[in-house]
Design a protein around this ligand. Structure first.
Ligand code: ATP
Length: 322
């Protein structure tokens, strides 16, 4: 099966001036040469601690920010080279659901207008037909069609996220990029929104790029997962394998630090060692070596090569497995 999305060596650096009185140029290496594919109908997770570059990667491949290098292909078509109508057509295929449902909706725009606008922009429907479709979409995400005439402040966080999801669906996308879609919501509504996303995925045959720092959410939602650290993918593979039997010491640390539902394992303390280094000044060699309990001399010298974890099991970038 050919992948729908192929990301190869994607790179995004942020350059800014910092310091007083003599500002120095600082380059934050937010995304460093990451590669992955997403198959039709597949949910692919990007997981890692805050600041590892997950959101930047998601935004860069959608060209919400312009990447500095690499290639992104949607069904073989070059996303980074697309301009004008070709880019517009690609944008219709790939839609994003943002983390914060409070800031992603315009407070002065009615829900109906927010949902009908993308349909008009993409020539899908106008007038009464757009309104009919918007009402049906609201019902599909669990809200009454009467919500069309109301405004964002009249809804709770969970309801606003449902509206954000409905808006992403207005243009009939094939891939949803969900950037921490439940982490701003109350714990009590997170599961409902996740269930909705899963239902929509099954009903509509959607593919997902699912960005999250939460391993339990990734385990529940995703088929495959990539673990990011300091802008790089350090391990990738089937979610069941990577989350249960991670090979990379960083992925093992994430697993050990995630909440443990099994009471018999409570008390197993997370082995979080040290702070994540700055992406403006990444360490030489393996970026994880300063925090790694298995670090060897070559880890501070050489970047580990990508090594297969076995047929269908993905791979890992770590000298322990080289
Ligand atoms: N516009 C920007 N200008 C400068 N640096 C940026 C910008 N956006 C992100 N960064 C930096 O890039 C790195 C990656 O950030 P990013 O938001 O992609 O990480 P993340 O893993 O999604 O974390 P979070 O979950 O906290 O958003 C961080 O060091 C961040 O400070």
């Amino acid at each position: 099966m050919a992948p729908v999305l192929e990301v190869t060596n994607l790179r995004k650096h942020f350059v800014s001036k910092k310091g007083f009185p003599t500002p120095k140029t600082v380059t934050v290496r937010a995304v460093e040469d990451i590669s992955f594919t997403i198959n039709p109908g597949e949910a692919f997770g990007l997981v890692g601690e805050s600041g590892c570059g997950k959101s930047t990667a998601a935004r860069a491949l959608l060209r919400l920010i312009e990447p500095d290098g690499g290639s992104v292909r949607w069904k073989g078509e070059d996303v980074l080279a697309a301009r004008g109508p070709a880019l517009k057509a690609l944008r219709r295929r790939m839609q994003i659901v943002f983390q914060d449902p409070y800031s992603s909706l315009d407070p002065r725009q009615s829900i109906g207008s927010a949902l009908m606008e993308p349909m008009q922009v993409h020539g899908i429907a106008t007038g009464a037909e757009a309104r009919r479709r918007a009402g049906a979409l609201l019902e599909e995400v669990g809200l009454p069609a009467a919500a069309l005439d109301r405004f964002p402040h009249e809804f709770s966080g969970g309801q606003r996220q449902r509206i954000g999801i409905a808006r992403a669906l207005t243009v009939e996308p094939e891939l949803i990029v969900a950037d921490e879609p439940v982490s701003a919501l109350d714990v009590s509504v997170q599961a409902q929104v996740l269930l909705l996303l899963k239902e929509l995925r099954e009903r509509r045959g959607l593919s997902f790029l699912f960005v999250s720092h939460d391993l339990s959410v990734i385990r529940w939602f995703c088929d495959r997962v990539a673990v990011m650290y300091l802008g790089r993918i350090v391990e990738e593979g089937p979610a069941a394998r990577v989350l249960a039997n991670p090979l990379h010491p960083y992925a093992q640390m994430l697993r050990d630090a995630s909440p443990i539902p099994d009471p018999s394992r409570r008390g197993v303390l997370p082995r979080i060692i040290g702070e994540i280094p700055s992406a403006a000044n990444p360490p030489p060699g393996c970026p994880f070596h300063p925090r790694c309990i298995h670090a060897m001399p070559q880890c501070s010298r050489d970047m580990p090569a990508w090594t297969s974890a076995g047929p269908g099991q993905g791979g890992v970038a770590c000298h322990l497995h080289g």
